[in-house]
Design a protein around this ligand. Structure first.
Ligand SMILES: NC(=O)c1ccc[n+]([C@@H]2O[C@H](COP(=O)([O-])OP(=O)(O)OC[C@H]3O[C@@H](n4cnc5c(N)ncnc54)[C@H](OP(=O)(O)O)[C@@H]3O)[C@@H](O)[C@H]2O)c1
Length: 324
């Protein structure tokens, strides 16, 4: 009986692992050539202390880049940096991890982060807009924006715009935007961008991720001829801290953990498309595209609506104070 149970567990575990490999389908950014391209390059990764951002920062450090971790909590960022250095050991040599405070829920913080980068950094080769917040209860940023729209879209909108001059003077350079497949359930409701009339946390997240894609496409149009490219990606479903606001009943937790272990990507697997878009020669000159598993994917028409993208850009400029 015990032997049968053990056999079933081993077989079951094996099948789960195979299913996981198959279902997560993690495309791999090939390391060798990309590593040579990244040596000595300066990269900013927002939200680099956790999940995908942490994995992305670690891989770029391994490629000997100078990685600026844009994080809102210095303590968490320092701990992540220590752990990354310890994990990589000698492989971290030649690269650099730098911590700079950046709270995307505060326009003041975004401005002071950028001011410091512009003062200190002679060049910026890659900006990775990775940080994100998912399905939080209704909250507002320091400047009064609904939190998911404020952090995922508006904070990164201001950040990118303030760093564009440096990216242009460092060209060829790249911007990588982390969105989500859940953009499909979002709409840009211009009448209530701050969700003051009604708030639905799932819709709010999807809307912010649709905004990431519209922003990328409009920015790509504006950057034509500059040798600064911008692309957007979805990472798949990844086991990270993103679900911190989701309440899973205590009894369902073990099942959730098993399912996520079996079927979700690891942060390193999930980060592959960010790393690919940041470092691969294959995407040199490619701009305004949407990627998953290191391959270009098609977008729904709602994410390719150029009029909505322009209107969102214009309104965002006013909201973040770039245009009065
Ligand atoms: N995990 C998935 O399955 C999945 C799927 C699709 C898309 N994504 C996207 O992937 C990106 C990375 O998320 P993740 O899964 O790696 O989640 P995560 O582990 O929760 O990491 C999110 C990062 O964003 C940072 N962040 C949150 N609010 C911020 C703020 N106001 N200012 C600066 N940084 C802030 C967090 O900092 P703290 O640690 O200080 O909170 C953390 O470093 C997000 O854009 C997310 O929407 C993830």
């Amino acid at each position: 009986m015990a032997a049968a149970a053990l056999l079933a567990a081993v077989l079951g575990g094996g099948l789960l692992l195979i299913a996981r490999r198959y279902l997560t389908g993690a495309g791999r950014a090939s390391r060798g050539a990309a590593a040579a391209l990244m040596r000595g390059k300066t990269v900013i990764v927002t939200g680099a202390n956790s999940g995908l951002g942490r994995a992305t920062a670690a891989e770029l450090l391994r490629m000997q880049a100078r990685v600026i971790m844009g994080c809102r909590d210095r303590g968490r960022a320092e701990q992540a940096a220590r752990e990354i250095r310890a994990e990589l050991g000698a492989q971290a040599e030649g690269g650099e991890l730098v911590i700079r405070e950046l709270d995307l829920a505060s326009l003041r913080s975004v401005r002071s982060f950028c001011q410091r980068v512009l003062q200190e950094e002679p060049r910026l080769d890659v900006l990775i807009n990775n940080a994100g917040i998912f399905q939080c209860p209704y909250m507002k940023t320091e400047d009064g924006f609904e939190m998911q729209f404020g952090v995922n879209h508006l904070g990164h909108f201001l950040l990118t715009n303030l760093l564009l001059g440096l990216l242009k003077s460092s060209a060829p350079s790249r911007i990588v935007v982390v969105s989500s497949r859940l953009y499909k359930y979002g709409e840009i409701n211009f009448e209530d961008l701050n969700s003051e009339i009604s708030y639905n946390k799932s819709f709010g997240y999807s809307r912010s991720k649709l905004a990431n894609i519209l922003f990328t496409r409009e920015l790509a149009r504006r950057l034509e001829g500059t040798e600064v490219t911008v692309n957007v990606l979805h990472p798949g479903i990844v086991r990270t801290n993103l679900g911190r606001y989701i309440n899973i009943p205590l009894l369902a937790k073990p099942l959730f953990n098993l399912v996520s272990w079996a079927f979700f990507k690891t942060p390193l697997e999930g980060a592959q498309t960010s790393i690919y878009l940041a470092s691969s020669a294959e995407v040199e000159g490619v701009s305004g595209k949407y990627f998953g598993d290191c391959k270009e994917e098609e977008l729904l028409p709602k994410a390719m609506d150029d009029l909505v993208a322009r209107k969102l850009w214009d309104i965002s400029e006013v909201m973040v104070g770039l245009l009065k």
